[in-house]
Design a protein around this ligand. Structure first.
Ligand code: 7MF
Ligand code: ZN
Length: 879
């Protein structure tokens, strides 16, 4: 292939065992920001069954080699071969000790992978293949060693020296220097290595495990952030307790450290006993962080903690198995959040995220199964598919086996594989064997990409009082895979009478009667399910709790949807019914808009909203979710050819119509919720703020909008209400927005995380003019293209969350964005590649926009020395 992707690809089928065991790694760091010297000593033992004399193959990248010795003999240049990122030593005896010395340059490392500088401190990021930027080593997850790490540095510049495991020894050395030795007793792959050196302060807490072991918990931050750690610490304690109670899993060391940094390519990292976090997922105070931030922190703290068992104690054999640890750990963090907050609300948010991010990914040029068959750059496969769809697939095991059966499977998984690097097949086998069932067919979910469609039709026979549901499954071809197989699809269903009562469910083929939800399991292309003793044509409540990650097609009538919204026992189904009404209404107006017809308002949507706004019993957070309209990108996915401006116009039209038509109800509810109480962190208070701010989002379209918003901004004592108010003023194009933004800026100009919000609000403003604002904001002193959070807040938000800005008809958004991708590629290829994916859906737009996007993709592809990361994304998109 001329794009070169094939030659550069790594294939799952080519996996080979590493011939050596590396039981011990002794590594010494002489720390300096400009230059750090790394000396390593490792023991290589040829595996049983490997040939007598073997090559030792090591990975390394950007290392300045000082010396190499094997079994005490210094190697000269003709004793080894360096080819790109590998170093090969031939003819090593079956038991060999290798010593290496290299120099690295953290202050010059803008890719934020390996050892780098953040503010005044040094830290590492090694997943997936960053350890090779620190020292020569078999940098692959199936090589697991016990690490002994010695760090030496200037005491005043680097008073805190941290690595994995237990602090074994420490001491002073000459010239104001000191050293610390860390020993991690658990063998681990190199991607879990971490080191931190600098002047950090800490917050400390203790946790007593179920078996009575005391664990010291420390969160390290820069001094000014000490008062923002309480929520993260509380979340950590909750996560530790939850994992004991729900999964029977206890923490295994006496220390658990978290370090927060402003310079991080991703959310966080689960390094053994030394988690490193993007400060966004640690720091929170009511006036600086929103409720969504608080929930995000709880989820991410949980996620990284849960990796200690699902990822660290049992790890991945190779990177194709990434979903083994990520899908499973996301499932665990989802369940943790569900148990901590509202299960129903969490489920809805997870489904919304899957539909609006994973579905498009799986329908685009990067489509891949949760266990990919090939990749060019593994960093491009930390995807919504591997994570979110992976979690949805773990959830299906749980649905099929029940909590007890699932936990039996987990238990066997740990019994068999603790301390090992394994595959997704091993996980499936543990689940199957522990429950005495065959899951072979279920295993297809690991190898098939694309979102299955399930088409549901029904028939009611009055004479026999029998109701038959016919399900047909079909997975459309994807970019990566033409032929698709039938999948195992758990299908949870209920039937309601027209007035909303739940009917007892008895299948024609059986005698048992289920009250409520019946779980059916579809395995064939087409299956029929007949229910007997059904007195009237029922309203089907399909895929309760979203029992499978599929697209559900059923031709609901407006009355049926109204019945579900008002009466169904399942929160997902109620929410989905409301979303369907809103989606139908918006897409219908979008079609009228395209034909030049005047837009009109739909009565069923009004009815639904009236019901929601009058509901004083349901959880306010659920009501809020029900009134949040499907986002523009999700609506775009439902169209043959995306009509960017039509979607925006229709969605705004409907919002305005609802707001004005139901103004009294919105105002009434808003006022009830805006009760003047001071901030509380409880889930109940968050739920009330959520509903209040959704009401406000509608009310800005009415004549009371500006005064309500201004009043909310004035009286707000928390970031959730403040941000909602300023976003409202911006959307309204109120002159008050200008002062609100400048007041916000002067108050927070030195606060990195809060300024991210300031950039974000402005980048989100709809319309073709925003690109110029974004350009201007890049010059702001708080912006830096070197900082991933800044890039995501300004550039990422513009390209991914502002369709009418990014897709401006003149192509100015595309040109601007491609320039940024090219600029970033030279600095931070991982972040550049994420940004480049904004063009992935280019083929779904009108001819003009298609050509404009294509030419930007070509321009990026033609850049000299383009990184593998960006090259894979853009060349896939152009294929
Ligand atoms: C919750 O998975 C869900 C997903 C890899 C980095 C964190 O623990 C991680 C790391 C990426 C993308 C998403 C997440 C992470 C990474 C993440 C974090 C919290 N092993 Br890349
Ligand atoms: Zn993870």
């Amino acid at each position: 292939m001329k794009d070169g992707l094939s030659e550069k690809s790594i294939y799952r089928k080519n996996y080979t065992v590493y011939p050596w065991d590396v039981s011990q790694l002794d590594i010494h760091f002489d720390i300096g920001s400009e230059t750090t010297t790394v000396r390593a000593e490792m023991e290589f033992q040829l595996k049983d069954g490997a040939r007598d004399s073997q090559d030792i193959v090591l990975n390394g990248s950007d290392l300045q080699l000082i010396s190499l010795s094997l079994n005490g003999r210094t190697l000269s240049a003709d004793d080894y071969v360096v080819d790109g990122e590998t170093l090969t030593i031939s003819g090593a005896p079956p038991k060999s000790v290798l010593k290496t010395e290299v120099k690295i340059h953290p202050a010059n490392n803008s890719a934020l992978e390996g050892l780098y500088l953040s503010g005044d401190f040094l830290l590492t990021q090694c997943e997936a293949q960053g350890f090779r930027k620190i020292t020569w080593f078999p940098d692959r997850p199936d090589v697991m060693a016990a690490y002994r790490v010695t760090m030496e540095a200037d005491r005043s510049e680097f008073p805190v020296l941290l690595s994995n495991g237990n602090r074994a020894e420490a001491g002073e050395s000459a010239g104001g220097r000191h050293w610390v030795r860390w020993e991690d007793p658990f063998p681990k792959p190199s991607y879990l290595f971490a080191l931190v050196a600098g002047d950090l302060e800490l917050v400390e807490e203790h946790f007593t495990t179920r078996s009575g072991r005391d664990v010291v918990l420390r969160i390290y931050v820069e001094t000014e952030n000490l008062d923002r750690c309480a929520h993260a610490m509380e979340s950590l304690v909750n996560a530790m307790r939850w994992d004991e109670e729900r999964f029977d899993l206890e923490y295994d060391l006496n220390i658990y450290h978290i370090v927060a940094t402003n310079d991080f390519n991703m959310g966080a990292m689960e390094n053994k006993s030394l988690n490193i976090f993007n400060s966004k997922y640690v720091l929170a105070r009511p006036d600086t962080a929103t409720d969504a931030d608080y929930q995000g922190i709880e989820g991410v703290i949980g996620h990284e903690y849960f990796h200690n068992w699902t990822g660290n104690r049992v790890t991945c054999r190779d990177w194709f198995q990434l979903t083994l640890k990520e899908g499973l750990t996301v499932f665990r963090d989802e369940e943790f959040s569900a148990d901590m907050q509202s299960r129903a609300v969490k489920r809805i948010r997870v489904v919304r995220d899957l539909r609006s991010r994973q579905f498009p990914e799986d329908d685009g040029p990067m489509s891949h199964p949760i266990r990919p068959d090939r990749y060019v750059e593994i960093n491009n496969f930390y995807t919504s598919t591997v994570y979110q769809k992976g979690a949805a697939i773990i959830r299906m095991y749980h649905t099929l086996l029940g909590e007890a059966g699932f936990q039996k499977g987990m238990k066997l998984y740990f019994e068999r594989h603790d301390g090992h690097a394994v595959t997704c097949d091993d996980f499936l086998a543990a689940m199957a064997d522990a429950n005495g069932i065959n899951l072979d067919r279920f295993g297809r979910w690991y190898s098939q990409s694309g979102t299955p469609q399930v088409h549901v039709s029904d028939h009611y026979d009055t004479a026999t009082q029998t109701y038959t549901l016919t399900l047909k499954q079909r997975t459309p071809a994807t970019y990566d895979q033409k032929d698709k197989q039938e999948l195992v699809i758990p299908f949870a269903v209920g039937l309601l009478t027209a007035s909303g009562e739940e009917l007892p469910l008895q299948l024609e083929t059986g005698t048992d009667i289920v009250q409520g939800t019946r779980l059916l399991v579809m395995e064939e292309a087409q299956q029929e399910y007949s229910f007997v003793n059904i007195p009237e044509h029922p309203v089907p409540s399909l895929f309760r709790d979203y029992s499978a990650p599929v697209k559900i097609f059923y031709d609901y009538s407006a009355e049926q949807l109204a019945t579900l919204i008002a009466h169904d026992s399942d929160a997902f189904v109620r929410w989905d019914a409301a979303q369907r009404i809103a989606q139908n209404a918006i897409l219908e107006q979008c079609r009228r808009h395209a034909k030049g017809l005047e837009m009109t308002l739909d009565s069923s949507l009004f009815k639904a909203f009236r019901g929601i706004l009058s509901d004083r019993l349901a959880d306010p957070a659920l009501l809020a979710e029900a009134m949040i309209m499907p986002d523009e990108d999700y609506l775009a996915e439902q169209m043959e050819i995306v009509d960017v401006d039509g979607i925006h116009a229709a969605r705004e039209f409907i919002r305005k119509g609802l707001a004005n038509g139901l103004k009294t109800l919105f105002v009434e509810r808003y006022n009830e919720l805006n009760d003047g109480q001071s901030y509380q962190k409880s889930s109940k208070a968050m739920a009330r703020r959520a509903l209040k701010n959704v009401c406000l989002f509608y009310l800005i379209e009415t004549d009371v909008g500006e005064s309500l918003t201004a009043a909310q901004l004035k009286s707000s004592d928390n970031m959730t209400d403040t941000l909602a108010a300023i976003k409202g003023l911006i959307l309204m194009e109120s002159p008050l927005a200008v002062t609100a933004l400048s007041d916000f800026e002067s108050k927070w100009k030195t606060d990195a995380l809060v300024m991210d919000k300031w950039f974000m609000m402005q980048a989100m403003k709809p319309g073709p003019g925003t690109v110029n604002k974004v350009k201007e904001l890049m010059q702001h002193p708080a912006f830096s293209i070197q900082n991933p959070n800044k890039v995501r807040s300004l550039i990422g938000v513009f390209a991914m969350l502002n369709p009418t800005g990014f897709h401006a008809a003149d192509g100015s958004g595309y040109t601007f964005h491609a320039d940024r991708v090219i600029e970033l590629d030279g600095l931070n290829p991982q972040v550049a590649a994420r940004m480049a994916s904004a063009f992935n859906r280019w083929k779904r737009y009108d001819e003009d926009r298609k050509m404009l996007m294509k030419s930007q993709l070509q321009r990026i592809a033609a850049v000299d020395n383009l990184s593998g990361d960006v090259s894979e994304i853009v060349n896939n998109a152009l294929r």
